[in-house]
Write a protein that binds this ligand. Structure first.
Ligand code: SAM
Length: 303
């Protein structure tokens, strides 16, 4: 089948998203799952982002994505040289621009780096958290990036603490809150290392009703200590469990492709005495199911 037909087919299969007035940002074409390996298209607001592992875009692909009348940016997927997308066709976007998901707005950007401001594969988890959070509950969003999880939790009435190493991302979180009429002064922000802050919260007896853990596969704290999800996730779970209310929950995720679900479950069990349920990725992710998604609740004290 021609590339253009494969893209049209993928679009047709995503009618549940393209016709959803409350969402305009989602994975539109998912590589092998939609018929072409290593080619991904995300709709971000009114624009498309084409991501490829190859540095040269075949002419047929370029023509195909250009024929839908959208502004299309292109990004080369490269875990070492992480560059901002560049314009492939259509008019340049006015930066930053707004994406909509389940009725909430998020600031997006093609020019501010390798990631565009919203991890689309977490859409259903954000919806789950919006459902789960009750007014006044304390929710801790670690490794928060642009704070999308904080936005949904705060919009449900939660009192969020957003934690990230990067001040620019905390500022981005505040702008995302303001876009959704959430007063940033009613929410909390911590700049720094997640492990450091979790230990600090534990020492001071602070507890949360919900904790979101979605770390990068590899990270180094300010003292240079390395964290690798395959080996160290249990440490994160253990620390998080020490600041969790008895009736609370943890959302633990990892996008580490080389770690299978069973290994992730081992890490959870090593970290805490808990019951968990796992979820599949959103339906439009038809390719590799790389994202591990676990909602974890502590087992009741057996004593
Ligand atoms: C994969 S993104 C997280 C995505 C986010 N959970 C979401 O769904 O939008 C990783 C984030 O973790 C932050 N980060 C990396 N190492 C960290 C650490 N040790 N402590 C706190 N934040 C960290 C980075 O600055 C980045 O914003």
């Amino acid at each position: 089948m021609h590339v253009i037909n494969l893209i049209q087919k993928a679009l047709n299969q995503r009618a549940f998203l393209t016709e959803d007035q409350k969402t305009n940002s989602f994975r539109l074409f998912d590589g092998e799952g939609d018929g072409i390996s290593d080619i991904y298209i995300d709709q971000l607001g009114d624009n498309w982002l084409l991501s490829t592992t190859e540095g040269i875009i075949p002419e047929e692909l370029k023509e195909a994505v250009g024929s839908f009348g959208k502004t299309v940016y292109w990004k080369k997927l490269d875990q070492y040289e992480k560059e901002s997308p560049t314009l492939l066709c259509g008019a340049p976007v006015h930066e930053p621009f707004i994406g909509l998901e389940n009725g909430l707005e998020y600031e997006l950007s093609f020019s501010s780096g390798y990631s565009q401001g919203l991890f689309l594969d977490q859409r259903e988890n954000r919806a789950r958290i919006q459902e789960l959070v009750q007014p006044e509950q304390r929710i801790l969003n670690t490794f928060a990036y642009t704070g999308a999880f904080s936005v949904v939790a705060a919009s449900a009435g939660g009192i969020t603490t957003t934690l990230d190493l990067s001040q620019p991302y905390l500022d981005w979180t505040k702008r995302n809150m303001s876009l959704n009429a959430i007063d940033e002064n009613t929410q909390f922000f911590c700049k720094g290392d997640t492990f450091h802050w979790l230990a600090r919260f534990a020492k001071s007896g602070k507890k949360f009703h919900g904790i979101i853990l979605d770390p990068p596969t590899f990270s180094r704290d300010t003292k240079g200590k390395v964290f690798r999800v395959e080996k160290d996730y249990h440490r994160l779970i253990k620390l998080a469990s020490s600041v969790l209310e008895d009736e609370g929950w943890i959302l633990a995720c990892s996008n580490c492709r080389k770690m299978p679900h069973w290994q992730f479950e081992e890490q959870i069990q090593k970290g805490m005495d808990a019951t968990f349920i796992s979820y599949d990725m959103p339906a439009e992710y038809t390719g590799e199911k790389y994202l591990k998604i676990y909602f974890i609740r502590p087992n009741k004290n057996k004593g």
